[in-house]
Each structure stands twice: as C-alpha cells, then as structure tokens.
Design a protein around this ligand. Structure first.
Ligand SMILES: *Cc1c(COP(=O)(O)O)cnc(C)c1O
Length: 307
C-alpha cells in the first residue's frame, strides 16, 4: 500500500512557484520566487508530510500498524502524523513534552480529533526519550511499532524531505532558502538539489550551534554548497516581535501569501535582509520554500494579522 494511493492529493499535487514582486528585488536585479508547499493541503500543509513519506511507506508495507512519534504542544509534526495515519488506517500515538495542559492547544486537539492517542511526559523524561531504554520500554508497552524521532529527524526523514526538490524545476535557481528547525528538511533539500545551487537555511531557534553536527548525523552529501543563517530567530522558537508581525502583514498585502510567525516569516525576513545587504549577486534567482505551518498562527490573538 503506497502513500500515493492513499493520500494522492497531498504529496503528488505539484505545488506552484509564485514570483514575488518587489521594488527591492528589481533594484538589486535579482529574482525571488516562492515554492508554495503551503498549498498542497489545507490542513497539513508544508514539509511535514514529505518527512513522513518513507515512514508511512514502511508502515503501509509492514505488519506494524502503529506509529509513535514525539513533539511539543504546538508540533506541526504531530498534527501531520495524526492526519496521515488516519488517512492510511494506521494507529498513531504522540508522546508530548510536558504536563498535560488544562486547555489543549489547537494542534493537540487536532491530533485527538484525528485519532491520535496522546501521552504526556515530563520535560526531564522527554530529554531521555531518544535513549534505547526508553524506546525499548515503549515497544514493550505497545508492541512492535514504527518509531519516528521528533520532527522526523533521521536519514529516512531527510530522504523524504529530498522529495521536495522533485516538485519544482531547479535548473533556473541559484539559491534555495528555507526555515530550519531540526534541519531535516534543510538536509533533504541540500541532498536533492543540483551542485551549483546554494542552499540557505534560516534558524528559527536561538543558539543553534550544532548545525554541522546535525547535518553530519543526517549524512548530508559533503560536496554540496550550503550556508546557515543563525541570526533571524527573533528571540527564539515561537518568539515574535512587532517588527515580525508587521512584516508578515506587509508581505501579505504585497504578495497575497500568508506566512506563519514560527518559521516562514523568519526565513522571508532574513532573505529580504540579505538582499538589502547585497548577499545575492545581481542575476541571482532565489527560491524561498514556503514550508506551511499556517495553523500555528491560530495561537495569535485575533486581529493580529490582516489575513
Ligand atoms: C517543522 C517546520 C519547519 C522546519 O523543518 P525541519 O525539518 O524540522 O527543520 C519549517 N517550516 C515549517 C512551517 C515547519 O512546520
């Protein structure tokens, strides 16, 4: 049972590439476009379904019909896993970092609504959740199952993310930009892109000093060209400033494209800042990957965004 048979509208709908119009780009004589992975599905938009691809494929082809994975209360990864498992008739369980909150986040409620069983564990235990002892305990408790690391961070997750590069024609782009959380998507796009292309990752985390270790762990092809921008995190994961929010509103008014404040807005802000600073030589043609995540905006007070 292949995922393309089960979820045909998700992964095989070719996302569009939209050219972004701006006087700044024109002045600098560069082209900037956006790969609209946010369009591939209204609910589980973006990169997450790609990272899950080979895990779901394995589940569909094996007798282990339960997927267990990990995430925080706002995890897009948990939501995508719940949704995909429901679509493929697989059981799913999410191990959630921290105590159970009195009111569930939109994300966790979505997971429950899609049949995901949730187990809350303390932050201390969560830190040990990747250790063999903990994982063996899970298998004892739940029987043989497919375990997906947090955020899909794994070689298999990377290989799924590399499929993103098959959704657009890369021959015309000199740079591909994206937001970086676990770096799984970054690694996949680095591996999947042609050698001449520079892949630029924008960290959404503060103090992400282990990027090279991460890419090494994911066995990224060392001959590829990539850069990593650590200074566009706006205070850290899911942190925001008024400047970021007004950037998102301005971007929407100009391009009619919604961004999310946790990931894609920080990437796009960073791209524009680099353009301003002449990072990109004239003639560059830049592709920015919209990795989705728009449901994250639901946690903002009403009226914050114009879209
Ligand atoms: C999860 C996520 C990312 C980061 O992906 P990683 O593979 O963990 O680096 C980027 N953008 C959005 C919208 C996401 O939900």
């Amino acid at each position: 049972m292949l995922m393309k048979d089960i979820l045909p509208d998700i992964i095989f709908k070719t996302p569009s590439v939209t050219e972004l119009k701006s006087k700044l780009y024109k002045d600098k004589r560069i082209g900037v476009s956006m790969l609209r992975l946010d369009e591939i599905h209204p609910v589980i938009s973006g990169n997450k379904i790609f990272k899950l691809y080979y895990f779901l494929d394995e589940a569909g082809n094996s007798s282990h019909k339960k997927i267990i994975t990990f995430g925080g209360v706002f995890s897009n990864h948990l939501a995508a896993t719940a949704f995909a498992c429901r679509g493929m008739n697989l059981k799913s369980m999410g191990i959630v970092r921290g105590e159970k909150p009195a009111i569930l986040s939109h994300t966790l409620q979505f997971c429950l609504d899609h049949g995901m069983e949730l187990q809350f564990i303390s932050r201390g235990d969560y830190k040990r959740a990747n250790e063999k002892e903990f994982l063996d305990g899970l298998k004892k408790q739940h029987g043989e199952c497919i375990l997906i690391p947090e955020g899909g961070f794994s070689i298999k997750g990377k290989e799924g993310a590399a499929l993103i590069t098959q959704t657009f024609d890369s021959s015309s782009f000199t740079h591909v930009c994206m937001a970086v959380g676990t770096a799984t998507t970054f690694a996949g796009i680095i591996d999947g892109s042609r050698d001449e292309c520079e892949i630029i990752g924008f960290s959404v985390l503060k103090n992400m000093h282990d990027i090279h270790k991460r890419l090494l762990a994911l066995e990224v092809n060392p001959s590829k060209k990539y850069s990593f921008m650590a200074d566009y995190h706006f205070g850290g994961y899911a942190k925001k400033t008024n400047e970021l929010i007004s950037f998102m509103n301005g971007f929407y008014l100009q391009n009619n494209i919604p961004l999310d404040f946790v990931y894609t807005a920080k990437m796009m802000f960073g791209v524009n800042d680099l353009v301003q600073k002449n990072y990109f030589p004239p003639g560059s043609n830049i592709l920015c990957v919209h990795t989705g995540g728009l449901q994250g905006n639901q946690s903002l007070p009403e009226g914050t965004l114009v879209f």
